[in-house]
Write a protein that binds this ligand. Sequence first.
Ligand code: 5GP
Length: 189
Amino acid sequence: MNYLEKRIIEEGKVIGDDILKVSSFLNQQVDIKLMQKIGKDIAKYFKDKNITKIVTIETSGIAPAIFVAKELNVPMVIFKKENSKTLNSDLYVTKVKSFTKNNIYNLVVSKEFICNNDSILIVDDFLAAGEAATGVIKILKMANAKVAGIGIVIEKSFQPGREKLEKENIDVYSVARIKKLSNTNIEFL
Ligand code: 5GP
């Protein structure tokens, strides 16, 4: 069991049979040292891929993504979940179905931050059905940017996200991979 899997066993709470709550170190309170270690692990895996930018989705992807960006010494771009007045009008927009909120939101980024010569590493907190990652990839395709891979903190491998992404030949690296969740047990791959 790795350091993150141990932490999940110690502090994770299972809701129903498919949601993991890790609010004490990732989704509400953030353990910065843990994020730094996760950032280093993800960066190490992708270090030879000539990454030019990290892309993440607000809010919970930001903490791990900062440390991946620091390790690889590249900028981090945050894709927003709404269209805010501080964004200009020159935007890429796509719709995404939220796994945890069960709604549809607009994923938005200013066109100026994604270029056609970018090689992008996507970083997010969880991979479930792969909807968020698919939304980001749609926008990267609109910008003609290259998807260099996806770095995930916690993957729920019993859900179809990884399979969906691998079908598109996208390299997925996850620090923890959960095989099975129940209110009495968390099993890793
Ligand atoms: P997907 O788009 O892959 O279906 O779901 C990924 C997104 O939904 C993540 O960005 C994360 O915010 C949220 N999510 C999915 N499953 C879980 C979960 O079990 N726990 C938490 N805290 N968030 C999740």
